[in-house]
Design a protein around this ligand. Structure first.
Ligand code: NAP
Length: 280
């Protein structure tokens, strides 16, 4: 039996147990998946405890993702690039760290008809999520990526970390967003603006009117299911998708790592989606 869990602090809000257990049941896998509250200063202690208690893997949410990148024995290429780990596999010899967020958003974008290949993309935000999103957009063949952030130094830091001539930083003023949107056919919201409980909202959404071609808007937020940003995009007749697909796909890829086998991915994603119905 594979003993699995998600760690975080807080962890009660995490949808991972619901999603993972739905997929585990659908595939008939010999796994149990729970949730363990681990305070931020106890990440390293947790690794010892997880091994001692027979865990074969775990997912990590706030505040452990970055610390884990420095603690695992072997870091996957994405884990290293994003300097963050959301999936850990404990093997007899070593502890392996992965990050499935980037592959999760790429699959979700593909699924919703917004593949980034050949597009210029306006990324809003430069926090932890953007660190996973920006490199994957470039991997997938985005022509240009503009990273606009309220704290412009953070956007500049992300761009220099990515180190690709196709990416450039920008500020978050309505004028800048309008100017950049005019060069792009995809906008990806990686800020927390519009998320339930945060209170923050975009000051001005008119930049969406500037997006060109067969344009789309992907919002990483899934609670509420339709943010003001997505509602405005849909009013304008643009494609729009929330972050539920990303959440689901990163979980599918994590489960494949836990059980070390390729699963029926569409069936897993469908099971997760069914479990989430009415829950977000
Ligand atoms: P984070 O590291 O805290 O970054 C937050 C970002 O939002 C920063 O760029 C921040 O700008 C910006 N921001 C916050 N308040 C703002 C405001 N009032 N005006 C303008 N910008 C503001 O958070 P994160 O981990 O990147 O997560 C970002 C969002 O993505 C969250 O809503 C999270 O739930 C969502 N997410 C979804 C998935 C999924 O699977 N769908 C996965 C990961 C994250 P500054 O740098 O200026 O502070």
């Amino acid at each position: 039996m594979n003993k699995l869990c998600v760690i975080g602090d807080p962890v009660e809000h995490s949808l991972s147990p619901l999603i993972q257990n739905a997929m585990i049941a659908a595939a008939g896998l010999p796994c149990v998946y729970g949730a363990v509250r681990v305070p931020g200063e106890e990440t390293e202690l947790w690794l010892c405890r997880a091994r001692r208690e027979g865990y074969t893997g775990f997912n990590a949410t706030m505040p452990h993702k970055r610390t884990l990148a420095g603690l695992v024995d072997v870091l996957s290429p994405d884990g290293e690039r994003f300097h963050a780990v959301n999936t850990v596999c404990i093997k007899t010899d070593k502890i392996y760290g992965y990050n499935t967020d980037g592959d999760g958003i790429l699959r979700a974008l593909e699924e919703s008809g917004m593949s980034p290949g050949g597009r210029s993309v306006l990324v809003l935000g430069a926090g932890g999520a953007a660190r996973a999103v920006v490199p994957k957009l470039l991997d997938a063949g985005a022509q240009r990526v503009y990273v606009a952030n309220r704290t412009p130094e953070r956007a500049a830091g992300l761009c220099s970390l990515v180190g690709d001539g196709r990416v450039s930083p920008a500020d978050f003023s309505p004028e800048t967003l309008k100017r950049l949107a005019g060069k792009c056919s995809l906008a990806v919201n990686c800020t927390s603006l519009g998320m339930t409980g945060t209170g923050g909202e975009f000051e001005d959404l008119s930049f969406l009117e500037q997006l060109k071609g067969d344009a789309g808007v992907f919002d990483l937020i899934y609670s509420p299911p339709e943010t003001a940003l997505l509602a405005h995009a849909r009013q304008l007749g643009l494609r729009g998708e929330n972050g539920l697909g990303m959440l689901i796909w990163q979980a599918v890829f994590a489960l494949e790592l836990f059980v070390d086998e390729r699963l029926d991915e569409p069936a897993m994603a469908a099971a997760a989606r069914r479990a989430l119905e009415g829950k977000v």
